[in-house]
Design a protein around this ligand. Structure first.
Ligand code: AMP
Ligand code: MG
Length: 488
């Protein structure tokens, strides 16, 4: 079967990738398939789904595939690794979607590649289902993200701490070019390749940068803007990526590489879930600073293309990267205004948002539920008690609510419009850790019911019918999942 694949990346010079076919698996079985996404990609789900197990396990790749593993480097927890690359992912090619965009089609867990180092090239079912659930939830929440087309089990165990069922995820992305892709060539002193990659990124993601005076600087600025926005979008939902290494940061601005990521339940800006993030480098509140650090690494690779005079190049790059945290904070505040039901910047809005987060932190109030109940309280004061219940002491929330209602009353924009905005900024349902874990545990034991039920609600996170459902409920203390794992 042919999918109409294109191969823009595979036409770049040979040193950008390794040509490698997926390794066949013994018994591929399709466990989840994303019909809606298939249609968006211009693929016919009726034709594709029956072929999906064989095709998307890598056993019978599309006839027009040109499989490659991409080369990249990366800073992992601050330490530079000059050669990482796709150790278990294989790019089949790109699809020209009906909406005019070009989308990478990649198999994750497809077998050994020249970049596998000590790894087995494979993926376990749990982490692949986890990526499927969370990436599709992020998409439904309106956050730029790679997406998931399918998960196929392989019929072969993978050995981690114990033997686990193996699986392959089909990932769809605006592209898989990472900050670390630029670093790979820069670290080798291959300036020509950096320039080629820059031209590729401009053509594919930032065409507006092609006819400006300094394209490298324009790309850096656009990537920084998208990252600043992305991190703010994450934080407005309580999302923690967990492994913001430079190889896990896509220059197209999508959330990528779902590993130990998680949404927090009680609000605490110091929350860290990842079992390997001992110092909290990638904790909730650090994410804007880390994005800036990563963008500085990207900037370093581009300096010779920014200005022939090194000091001048650094100065220009610094002007672009310097404001990133402030840009992210501004986007966060704008988002907070929407979450609070306010239309535009008014005197005291930032202070009001800051105070709410502070009393939430002191009360260990559930992040998602607080804002959702606030949206309900905005519709009628009678809906206030369930919101108040989330706070340990009455006095703080009472005085906060008074000040909030004052700003709400004085807001010039029609209330209806703001209430609608609130309902679509404050989800009823997010992929709560304990729910995700329970769904994955059941799937591993052969029962996909909880996974599909959870996936269904995550695709309509703002649906008012979910407010009373089990999925909106935070975990009991005994249910809380405090640690997450990469699963690699
Ligand atoms: P990640 O932690 O998934 O972002 O991966 C970091 C690096 O390790 C990338 O170069 C991956 O390709 C590689 N990697 C992760 N898991 C495996 C595996 N099971 N086999 C081979 N390479 C892997
Ligand atoms: Mg990665």
């Amino acid at each position: 079967m042919r999918l109409g694949l294109q191969h823009s990346y595979a036409t770049l010079p040979e040193r950008f990738y390794a040509r490698v076919a997926p390794t066949p698996v013994p018994d591929p079985k399709l466990v989840v398939f994303n019909r809606g996404l298939a249609r968006k990609l211009g693929l016919d789900p009726e034709l594709l789904e029956p072929q999906a197990a064989a095709m998307l396990s890598g056993n019978r790749p599309p006839e027009d595939a040109n499989p490659i593993a991409m080369a990249y480097a990366g800073h992992q927890f601050g330490g530079f690794v000059p050669s990482l690359g796709d150790g278990r992912a294989i790019l089949l090619g790109e699809l020209h979607a009906p909406d005019g965009t070009l989308r990478d089609l990649q198999l994750k867990g497809a077998g050994l590649t020249p970049f596998s180092r000590g790894g087995d090239g494979r993926a376990a079912l749990g982490p692949m289902l986890r990526e499927y659930l969370i990436s599709e939830a992020m998409h439904a929440l309106g956050v730029p993200t790679t997406r998931s087309l399918a998960v196929v089990t392989t019929g072969e165990p993978v050995f981690r701490e114990s033997a686990l069922p193996g699986a392959v995820l089909t990932r769809v992305a605006a592209s898989h070019v990472r900050v670390g892709t630029f670093q790979y060539f820069a670290a080798r002193g291959d300036q020509e390749a950096v320039h080629t990659l820059l031209r590729y990124v401009i053509a594919r993601h930032y065409p507006e940068a092609s006819d400006v005076e300094v394209p490298a600087l324009a790309v850096l600025r656009s990537v920084a803007q998208r990252q600043a926005a992305l991190i703010a979008d994450w934080m407005l939902l309580g999302f923690i990526h967990g492994v913001m290494n430079t190889d896990n940061m896509a220059v197209a601005g999508e959330t990528i590489d779902y590993g130990p990521c998680a949404f927090m339940d009680p609000y605490d800006p110091n929350t860290v879930f990842s079992s390997i993030d001992h110092r909290g480098r990638y904790g909730f509140g650090n994410q804007p600073a880390i994005a800036q650090w990563n963008l500085a690494r990207l900037a370093e690779t581009l300096l010779p293309l920014i200005d022939p005079e090194p000091a001048k190049a650094v100065e220009l790059a610094t002007e672009v990267i310097g404001p990133l945290i402030a840009q992210s904070d501004a986007r966060f505040l704008a988002g907070m205004r929407r979450k609070l039901g306010l239309s535009a910047a008014v005197q005291g809005d930032a202070e009001l948002a800051r105070r709410l987060l502070l009393i939430m932190e002191q009360s260990h109030a559930d992040f998602t539920l607080t804002f959702r109940r606030l949206a309900l309280a905005a519709q009628s004061p009678e809906a206030e008690p369930p919101l108040r219940e989330l706070f340990a002491t009455e006095t703080d929330i009472t005085s906060w609510l008074q000040d909030w209602r004052t700003l709400m009353t004085n807001d010039p924009e029609p209330l209806d419009k703001r209430l609608t905005a609130m309902r679509t900024a404050n989800p009823a349902v997010i992929p709560r850790n304990h729910r995700v874990q329970a769904a994955l545990d059941a799937a591993e034991a052969g029962d996909y019911g909880p996974f599909h039920a959870l996936l269904d609600v995550l695709q309509r996170p703002f649906d008012a019918r979910l407010d009373k459902s089990e999925y909106a409920r935070p975990p009991d203390p005994s249910e809380r999942v405090l640690r997450t794992f990469c699963g690699t």
